[in-house]
Design a protein around this ligand. Structure first.
Ligand code: LLP
Length: 430
């Protein structure tokens, strides 16, 4: 079973959106990131029907850190989403792609003065802040520009999420957000409420990534709602906006059961309606920031098998022409992936093998214990669900050029990002 709803097998070969992936590998080389534009657009349509059209006064921002290319920016904007940018670089690329700055939320726990200056000058819609130094800087810059900047606070709700600890962000001991201890929170509230050039709107949380369980999202929503009632009582401040972050899990393995958007959003929206009514607060504008959920399953990576080596009684290593430089997630988070041979897609697995990357690291293993039909040098391996945090976290370790990105749609494809070449690798060096 192929964990990509837009992939299919025909005459023993794997296709994505009707594009023959074996032929694509021959035309564009490997490793190659392949993204189904149709699947991305389908996900955006689901966000519209399950959230934006279902609930009034809502918005969705694509967390572009998951996968940001100029093409991708244009697609999500055409589909009616805004964009979450977390650095000057992401902001620059979004603007270059033509994203309206008012549809951008600017994030980061340690933004530089240059980044803040840039964000305010171009007129980003909202800044999400979590430290007092930054609030003072935003006030100063906004005053200089004669503007009021819309701002939300990222809070640390103090809930643990069931995911790898490196991608769990909402627990009390976190570098992200404002601790809700009243002694700390009071300083933060006074800082924004006293700032003449800050238009304080409300609160944001993001508790972790690749979650299958809505428990942590609901717990965090409850904590944010309590805070909203508290700040109304203490400061007379009525929260206008609440951002619920992203984190909605996707399918990586054929056996994975990803729960879907409504499973998370419906109970959160019901809780917000109930608790704001109880506290005598107006229903706030509510936004979400999915990254992985939009792009993760849409992507796959094609590799060429370069070596097959059996250590008798131990295991068979299948070496491919990419690895941790284009997908750091197995090494960093013990992330699990699934793959199959695009040129032998009709055959049943006959061997259990380990897919090894080409970097000079023992830890550069892409998949452990994958069943494949007699892998041989020259076969094309497709690894699924590599759309999120693969291209965006790619490196040039071992001076390996980063792969190209192609996007498929309606039986055709286009080159979205060209492959890096050796000259690119030294272009900044003197
Ligand atoms: N909003 C904020 C403020 C975030 O920090 C993130 C992700 C998102 C939204 C989107 O989360 P998503 O819907 O994609 O789960 N590199 C890690 C994931 C890090 C996520 C960082 N923040 C990985 O490869 O799993």
């Amino acid at each position: 079973m192929v964990p990509n709803s837009h992939a299919s097998v025909k005459d023993g070969r794997l296709f994505l959106d009707g594009v023959d992936l074996v032929q694509l590998a021959a035309e564009q080389g490997t490793p190659l990131y392949v993204v189904s534009e149709s699947l991305v657009r389908e996900r955006c349509a689901e966000i519209r029907s399950a959230f934006l059209e279902k609930y009034p006064n809502t918005a969705a921002y694509y967390a572009s850190k998951a996968f940001q290319t100029l093409d991708m920016c244009r697609i999500v904007i055409q589909e009616g989403l805004g964009m979450d940018a977390v650095s000057g670089g992401e902001l620059f690329a979004a603007l270059k792609a033509g994203v309206d700055p008012r549809r951008i939320t600017f994030h980061g726990n340690a933004k530089s003065t240059d980044e803040l200056d840039y964000a305010l000058r171009v007129g980003v819609g909202r800044i999400v802040s979590d430290n007092l130094a930054e609030v003072a800087e935003i006030e100063r810059i906004a005053a200089g520009l004669g503007r009021r900047q819309a701002l939300l606070y990222r809070i640390t709700p103090g809930v643990d999420s069931h995911t790898h600890r490196f991608i769990s962000t909402g627990s009390l001991d976190s570098k992200f957000g404002i601790p809700l201890d009243p002694s700390v929170c009071d300083l933060y509230m006074r800082a924004v409420l006293d700032a003449a050039h800050i238009d304080f709107r409300g609160f944001h949380f993001h508790i972790g990534s690749q979650l299958y369980d809505n428990f942590s999202h609901l717990a965090a929503t409850g904590i944010a709602l309590k805070l909203m009632a508290d700040v109304k009582a203490s400061y007379g401040f009525e929260t206008k906006e609440l951002i619920l972050g992203g984190g909605f899990g996707i399918k990586y393995l054929p056996s994975d059961n990803a729960p879907g958007l409504s499973y998370f959003l419906d109970p959160m929206m019901a809780l917000i309606a109930e608790k704001t009514a109880e506290a005598g607060l107006p229903m706030p504008w509510v936004a979400i920031e999915p990254g992985r959920w939009i792009i993760g399953e849409a992507g796959l990576t094609l590799y060429t098998i370069r070596s097959v080596k059996t250590i008798p009684g131990i295991r068979t290593y299948v070496g491919v022409d990419g690895g941790m430089a284009d997908n750091i997630r197995p090494a960093l988070y013990e992330a699990k992936y699934y793959g199959l041979l695009a040129n032998k897609a009709g055959l049943e697995p006959s061997k259990t093998v380990t897919i090894a990357g080409k970097c000079c690291e023992m830890g550069d293993i892409l998949i452990r214990d994958l069943g494949l039909p007699d892998p041989e040098t020259g076969d094309i391996l497709a690894v699924f669900s590599t759309g999120a945090y693969n291209h965006s976290m790619a490196s040039n370790y071992n001076r390996i050029p980063r792969p190209a990105v192609v996007m498929t749609r309606g039986g055709g494809y286009r080159l979205s990002v060209r492959r890096e070449n050796y000259e690119d690798l030294v272009i900044r060096e003197s």
